[in-house]
Design a protein around this ligand. Sequence first.
Ligand code: CTP
Length: 398
Amino acid sequence: MNSNIKNKNIVLGVTGSIACYKSVMLASLLVQQGANVDVIMTPSAQKFIQPATFRAITRRDVVTDFFDANSPLGLDHISLAQKDAVIVAPATANTIAKMAHGFSDDPLTCTVLATTGPVIIAPAMETHMYQNFIVQENIQKLKENGFIILGPEKGYLASGDIGVGRMTEPDEILEHLNVVFGENGDFSRLRVLVTAGGTQEKIDAVRFLANRSSGKMGYAVATAARDRGAKVTLITTPTNLEVPKGVDTVFVDTALDMCQEVKSHCAKNDVLVMAAAVADWRAQKSVEHKMKKGKQQVWNLEMIRNPDILTEIINEDLFKVGFAAETEDIIENALQKLISKKLNLIVANDISGENTTFNSDENEVYIITREKGKKLPLMSKKDVANKILDKIKQLLAK
Ligand code: CTP
């Protein structure tokens, strides 16, 4: 497992909203990622969910009041304050007001007041309550004091209405926590530009030529770099993947658009990772309207070369990483590309026969520099991404 959350000590504060059923999932995800989770429940949260639920998931006692000598607080009312992070999810208007004004009359607000680590707050409430200027003022005050506020989101509410007020989903909270813990990581001084997906070359108003790239490898690199503290920009074609939180994302369709965006961003970056599958060809003339078939049996498309983006980027200060999809002589062909495109590093895939990596969550790659090539075993694309970043770090340090 490659997560910033592993072995972290986290306090999960649960307050009295129907959304506390989602905190159960959040607690479970945190535990699955290897965190030690202490749950503090307010009295009204206990009206919705029993402490036993969290006790079973976290395998720890749950704090429910100040004066229980057997609780994890023991006799020290702030013993949970110096953990790695506090998450308050769901956070009701009442607890938000108390946190904004420094109240400490229950174990949760007391812990929040005494903590020096990051505090993530996920509000959940009825839309009008959330929009009330007093609640807005309290949230603003918390933001100004460094609290991280996530959501609330728009959607179906317990009242039956559709509106703003839903607690942010547990997996999104987890993603933000990963980013928070990664902020001082080994890439925190670096700006990384990543391209992903397969370009789409228009041939008429409704059709385009595409390729089999899913974008997964590029998204994995962008996410891993973000989780190691880098400032990441992702230039991507439309894919089925969720855009990673905290990453500046630019959408493009064609190779020409991608080329233009890479050129305009690369001066502001230290590293370029070209994971996109860029079409080498585009239609010389795309038809403006929808091409009608009529009686026509053949459609001859004349194709012309697209620019090679990596070759066009001439910037001595930029560390350039390319990918090579090869069916034979993997290392020799990839090395040729490394030299001709003036790359610092190339990551090669064998895509012959059954070996295709397209759309897979795993990849078997060679990491190749001018000096040597190394084959890595089959691993998740996330792990491959981290191996690539390790190599970049090692070469940049030279
Ligand atoms: N690439 C690029 N611009 C292009 C085509 C590819 O910048 N017009 C980049 C890819 O993003 C990848 C690397 O070049 O990082 C190699 O891509 P690949 O398709 O394997 O190689 P090609 O250079 O297109 O060579 P060939 O098709 O002959 O294998």
